[in-house]
Design a protein around this ligand. Structure first.
Ligand SMILES: Cc1cc2nc3c(=O)[nH]c(=O)nc-3n(C[C@H](O)[C@H](O)[C@H](O)COP(=O)(O)O)c2cc1C
Length: 380
């Protein structure tokens, strides 16, 4: 142990961290900063190419030295199975229903979103969700000293768990219900992330306050991390009171100094209240919590087409999102209005830009204040 600010527990001991604060982020700077602050940074790698992942992991290795960090992959249940090859559609445009394309084009026209310059290629909307793509990313990750592998959707495949364990890593998986959590445990997962509906990104319908004790009870003695809506140290104290061994946060890092969040979206997050998010299938095809904007409203409006499945919806909207992102910094424009991104209800508590390290330090201080208050009450 490097330092014991007063939150050290058995899980910290097992993973070699000071405080049980886990940070999911797509941004390598955030991952490294949380790890260096005593928690554990976990890099979200679903949108990485194998080459990009190699570059980011080598950078993190260099930044954090021997300190532990993790990687999160979106693993399909069928991962290394029967050789029934499923490839990512390469020319996905052929698969898009014309009504969907017309709907998106109509929205971009209505909001006056400029086209991409001719010299800029449209991005395809990468999501490595096929067994082959996720397997390649895992192989890249296995060449680095990863201490924790996390799986976002569904129980991680047997082969994945075996490879991670051979490397001495801990396997975590996200669960939105107690039934999911039991399935993860049965599959051999070491650490369950009980993620309530408040969370940013793909999320279920049960609140963190209800889900955490339910999952703790369902999988004991497997350790559980609480996720969904956690932005402050007092909420960490609440999560620990519910039986969690630590917390797993995603949204709070989006407004840090290091975060690569689009500046226009960062600004919206700083002023948004907890009522300004919505679960929408409009970006990935699965319900994911994000900022409510005219983009999400349009997909809910009467006559809007039903979003496609995953990963097709991501590919369908990729170019539109790229166009919006390129112009969203101009306030008062339609692109600025439409801009959205994944974030949880905790956004209402995210009202200033701070360095990532400071976020971790303030969380620890607030947690200790609450813990001391409880201790004093018991002692009286
Ligand atoms: C921008 C964003 C993207 C996310 N993408 C993923 C992902 O690719 N894989 C995953 O396991 N979880 C993902 N999540 C969920 C986080 O891992 C985490 O469970 C969640 O953010 C916790 O709730 P909070 O947002 O209220 O902190 C994402 C969350 C956010 C905010």
């Amino acid at each position: 142990m490097r330092d014991d600010p007063g939150m050290h527990n058995a899980l910290c001991e097992q993973l070699g961290i000071d405080v049980p604060i886990f940070a999911f982020s797509h941004c390598r700077d955030v991952v490294a900063a949380v790890t260096k602050a005593g928690g554990m940074g976990v890099l979200g790698a679903v949108a990485h190419s194998p080459k990009g992942l190699e570059i980011d992991l080598a950078w993190i290795d260099n930044e954090v030295g021997d300190l532990p960090y993790g990687v999160d992959l979106l693993l399909p249940v069928k991962f290394n199975d029967d050789g029934a090859k499923r490839t990512e559609p390469t020319d996905a445009k052929d698969l898009f229903p014309p009504a969907h394309t017309a709907f998106i084009n109509g929205m971009l026209e209505q909001y006056d979103v400029p086209a991409l310059p001719p010299d800029l290629a449209a991005r395809g909307g990468r999501m490595s969700v096929s067994p082959e793509a996720a397997g390649t990313l895992l192989d890249v990750a296995l060449t680095h000293p990863i201490r924790l592998f996390a799986s976002a959707l569904g129980p991680p495949p047997e082969d994945f768990i075996r490879k991670a364990h051979e490397q001495g890593a801990v396997v975590a998986a996200l669960a939105g219900t107690a039934a999911h959590a039991r399935r993860h445990k049965d599959a051999g997962v070491d650490l369950i992330v009980a993620q309530g509906t408040e969370a940013g990104g793909h999320t279920g319908t049960v609140s963190t306050l209800v889900l955490v004790p339910e999952v703790v009870q369902a999988v004991a003695p497997t350790p559980v991390l609480a996720a969904g809506g956690i932005v402050k140290g007092s909420q960490i104290a609440a999560a620990m009171a519910l039986g969690a061994a630590g917390v797993w946060c995603g949204s709070v890092w989006l407004t840090t100094e290091e975060a690569e969040t689009h500046p226009a979206v960062k600004q919206k997050m700083l002023t948004a209240s907890s009522s300004d998010t919505v679960r929408s299938r409009s970006l990935t095809g699965k319900p994911a919590r994000m900022l409510r904007t005219p983009w999400t409203d349009a997909w809910e409006a009467e006559g809007a087409p039903a979003p496609l499945g995953m990963p097709l919806q991501t590919m369908l909207v990729a170019e539109a999102q790229q166009r919006i992102g390129r112009s969203a910094h101009n306030e008062g424009t339609g692109a600025n209005d439409l801009a959205t991104y994944f974030v949880g209800q905790g956004v209402g508590l995210m009202d200033r830009i701070r360095p990532t390290r400071q976020v971790v330090e303030e969380m620890v201080q607030e947690y200790l204040q609450v813990a001391e208050m409880f201790a004093a009450q018991v002692a009286d």
